[in-house]
Design a protein around this ligand. Structure first.
Ligand code: HEM
Length: 413
């Protein structure tokens, strides 16, 4: 596996398989394993039942009684990914089982130690990430059938029932819709290097079309996820222990380190897609970018490396400005337009799934004391103003969208 080579030899053609990116699935893990070696059955028995064990308030005691297993019998990449997914789902359930007012300070060693070890080997943080819950958490019901909502199933779930499946699977379909765009990135980079205006133009056309398909896939969120369930039930299980008032000290991973550690919760800000397109198109996120940059440490290292290497290529934006081709110019502008539109649509989603239910929750709280029947008013207060990753969300997302517009080419005469 030649990641280092791709970085060192800047003359070698840019290609996807140096970065664990598949031609068919992009950043999605192809054919995730569904089973670990039998030795790990005690993990699987609990991890597969997290929603019901949370519901009956038994998850913490089950995990406390779990045997201490060694992670050394996990070998292949897909085994480690499945183990990370199973351990992360247990961890989220353990921490948030009793809501925001009864969290824990310590993750017990029989969970914390193997989770830490598996995380170290994968180069991922010891918390649920997008690479777990979305990229490695799928199977086809009918293996011969299509890759679509009806035929896709989660391996592991969290509270929220079918809405949780909808949330992760729609996000997976956004990843899938981006595959043609990802495949065009090497064409763009290699085309800029050798001055192939026509090749670059065609590849950019594929990218703008794929960005539109991502937006269309994102629209499915409204059909498959109920905002009140997302806001009132699901969201807390995705949230982390960094900049989170309900876990101000972070979390002690018992047997790993005495001092508590802080990690951001899961969100698609950890998807490598938009990071790649930003770097390719020359979108700069100054100022507010600390959060986005930090999210790169929540990605599989090979994917992070790809983002890094795209950023080191000769500038596409300069190339477009230097070439006299009107078609090239337009193809580039269409990509920026579609990326802005994707972020604008995402703002709309965030408003429907967070801002509106948050306002409703505040209103219900102010009106009466006994509104506890309502889903939204059960939602954690600490998350009202922030994303699960911990960002102050609307201002942040609008800034990121507006920074995307800065990539448009200056008016020429
Ligand atoms: C119900 C659905 C969704 C909600 C409520 C939502 C919410 C949020 C929030 C609150 C943030 C701010 C960062 C954080 O706190 O973690 C964020 C960031 C982000 N989300 Fe989503 N999101 C949703 C679905 C998606 C999907 C399906 C994608 C596509 C893969 C996506 C892509 C992103 C990206 C790329 C960012 C980073 C900011 C940027 O680059 O523009 N989101 N999202």
């Amino acid at each position: 596996f030649s990641m280092a080579a791709a970085t060192k030899d800047s003359n070698a053609p840019f290609c996807l398989d140096s970065y664990h990116v598949s031609e068919e699935f992009g950043f999605i893990l192809p054919q995730p394993l569904e089973e670990l070696p039998p030795y790990y059955q005690p993990w699987m028995d609990i991890a597969l039942r997290v929603p019901e064990l949370v519901h009956s308030h038994e998850l913490r005691s089950c995990i406390n009684r779990m045997p201490m297993l060694s992670s050394e019998f996990l070998q292949r990449h897909r085994e480690l990914r499945l183990a990370h997914l199973a351990l992360s789902v247990m961890t989220m359930g353990y921490v948030w089982q009793e809501g925001e007012n009864d969290t824990v300070e310590v993750l017990p060693r029989n969970l914390a130690v193997p989770f830490w070890e598996v995380s170290q080997r994968l180069g991922l943080p010891p918390i649920l990430v997008h690479a777990d819950a979305v990229l490695a958490n799928w199977k086809k019901r009918d293996p011969q059938g299509p890759f679509d909502m009806e035929n896709l199933e989660l391996l592991f779930s969290l509270p929220g029932g079918d809405n949780t499946r909808g949330f992760f699977m729609v996000t997976l379909l956004v990843e899938l819709a981006a595959v043609p765009a990802l495949k065009s990135i090497p064409t763009v980079i290699n085309g800029v290097r050798c001055g192939d205006t026509e090749g670059v133009t065609k590849a950019l056309d594929t990218i703008s079309k794929s960005l539109q398909d991502m937006t269309d896939a994102l629209k499915l969120m409204h059909a498959y996820v109920e905002p009140s369930v997302f806001y009132g039930i699901m969201r807390i299980y995705l949230s982390g222990w960094k900049d989170n008032p309900s876990m101000p000290k972070g979390l002690v991973y018992e047997g790993v380190q005495r001092e508590p550690m802080e990690y951001s919760g899961g969100s698609a800000a950890e998807s490598s897609l938009l990071h790649c397109f930003d770097e390719l198109l020359g979108v700069k996120h100054e100022g507010k970018s600390a959060f986005l940059t930090r999210m790169r440490n929540y990605m599989p290292p090979a994917h992070n490396q790809m983002i890094q290497d795209i950023s080191m290529q000769p500038s596409l934006r300069n190339f477009v400005q230097e070439q006299p081709s009107e078609h090239l110019n337009q193809a580039f502008e269409r990509c920026v337009t579609k990326l802005v539109a994707l972020r604008s649509y995402h703002l709309n989603v965030v408003s429907r799934f967070i801002t509106v239910p948050a306002a409703l929750a505040r209103q219900l709280r102010n009106q009466s004391q006994d509104s506890n029947e309502d889903l939204v008013s059960q939602a954690p207060k600490a998350l009202e103003e922030r994303g699960t990753g911990g960002s102050g969300l609307m201002t942040f997302l609008k800034t990121v969208r507006d920074q995307t517009k800065q990539a448009f080419l200056p008016e020429t005469s």
